[in-house]
Design a protein around this ligand. Structure first.
Ligand SMILES: Nc1nc2c(ncn2[C@@H]2O[C@H](COP(=O)(O)OP(=O)(O)OP(=O)(O)O)[C@@H](O)[C@H]2O)c(=O)[nH]1
Length: 214
């Protein structure tokens, strides 16, 4: 998708927002799983249907840091294999990775293990990882059950959410959970002395499912 870099983007490692401690979050996963769409939904609150145009390399970056909504500098990456060596270079200084698959695409789910192997090879050891099963709105085309996503996430000890870049389901929650975890690690969560991202995500999921009929 064709998106704008923030005005302050100068190329290289990213903007110099001296006044904020910005974290770096990267979106990864197979081509077409909805990384760009998820970021657009989070950043602009909209979905552009059917506008599939693959991200090239590190296609663009969007910073929510200018307004410091979550103080997270988010990078979108290309899912295509031919750009993999480019994207690896960006893993190293990432504090968080959102790893996506598409619930209507079995191959994208099967590839999650390979993505995790790459992440463990190239990213920092303590990088925060969250698994997202995207396109949850496409229930009639679903081939990956929610339980399968849960099981895989549990195996790797990472939090899991199903999301929809189309409806916005759990999009804000995914980025918020990451931001809270990074804030906690940076010692900036005086109000939450023992924050656990998996517990937080689970409790928020229960809250929304319990009250969705209201
Ligand atoms: N129904 C539905 N369609 C989606 C969703 N997310 C993305 N799509 C569609 O899926 C296609 C691919 O989305 P992109 O956001 O370009 O995927 P990507 O992961 O960024 O792809 P690469 O840039 O090639 O890595 C587009 O046609 C989107 O409109 C979703 O949650 N629901």
């Amino acid at each position: 998708m064709d998106l704008q870099r923030p005005d302050s983007y100068q190329g290289g490692a990213g903007p110099d927002f001296n006044e904020h401690v910005l974290h770096k979050t990267i979106l990864v996963g197979d081509s077409g799983v909805g990384k760009t769409s998820l970021l657009v939904q989070f950043d602009q609150g909209k979905f552009i249907p059917g506008s599939f145009s693959a991200t090239v390399g590190i296609g663009f970056t969007v910073s929510t840091g200018q307004h410091c909504r979550l103080c997270t500098w988010i990078w979108d990456t290309a899912g295509q294999e031919r750009f993999r060596s480019v994207t690896h270079a960006y893993y190293r200084d990432a504090q968080a990775l959102l790893l996506l698959y598409d619930i209507t695409n079995k191959a994208s789910f099967d590839n999650i293990r390979a993505w995790l192997t790459e992440i463990h090879e190239y990213a920092q050891r303590d990088v925060v990882i969250m698994l997202l099963g995207n396109k949850a709105d496409m229930s009639s085309e679903r081939v990956i059950r929610s339980e399968d996503g849960e099981t895989l996430a549990r195996e790797y000890g990472v939090p899991f959410l199903e999301t929809s870049a189309k409806t916005g389901m759990n999009v804000e929650l995914a980025f918020l959970a990451i931001a809270k975890e990074l804030k906690y690690r940076a010692g900036q969560s005086a109000d939450e002395p023992s924050f656990q991202i998996r517990d937080y995500v689970e409790s928020q999921k229960k809250r929304s499912s319990c009250c969705s009929f209201v």
